[in-house]
Design a protein around this ligand. Structure first.
Ligand code: 5GP
Ligand code: ZN
Length: 113
């Protein structure tokens, strides 16, 4: 989609700090990290939100989540990690290209929750 920020990140029109990329999926640091290492995982194909995903695309996204979670764990050594996905404006979705937040947790006062 031509006016989608995340499609522009995928095709390199907008720079991002990519931490993972394969044929189907890209992961990059959130521009406004709620905690250190806050990462977004997205499918390369433009799908608006969870309602729009096919099982195959959902599978491709979740297939790489353990790998990315473990690399966040190794690099940032958080005490825990939240997975979060907002669907629809009322639920807090601001970018309408499906994305899964990986939010490392460091304890009380870490900025999230
Ligand atoms: P949502 O609120 O839709 O669940 O999350 C959208 C996320 O995308 C936000 O956390 C926001 O900081 C992030 N974001 C928005 N624009 C950009 C951008 O241009 N680059 C990166 N890396 N993250 C972005
Ligand atoms: Zn898109």
């Amino acid at each position: 989609m031509s006016d989608c920020i995340f499609c522009k990140i995928i095709n390199g029109e907008i720079p991002s700090a990519k931490v993972y990329e394969d044929e189907h999926v890209v992961a990059f640091l959130d521009i406004s990290q709620v905690t250190k290492g806050h990462t977004l995982v997205i499918p390369k194909v433009h799908k608006e939100n969870v309602y729009d995903l096919t099982p195959e695309i959902a599978g491709k996204v979740f297939e790489v989540v353990p790998k990315i979670a473990n690399s966040i764990k190794k690099q940032f050594q958080p005490e825990g990690l939240n997975l979060l996905n907002n669907n629809g404006k009322i639920a807090g979705q601001t970018v309408f290209h499906y994305h899964l937040h990986l939010i490392p947790r460091y304890g009380k006062g870490d900025g999230f929750g």
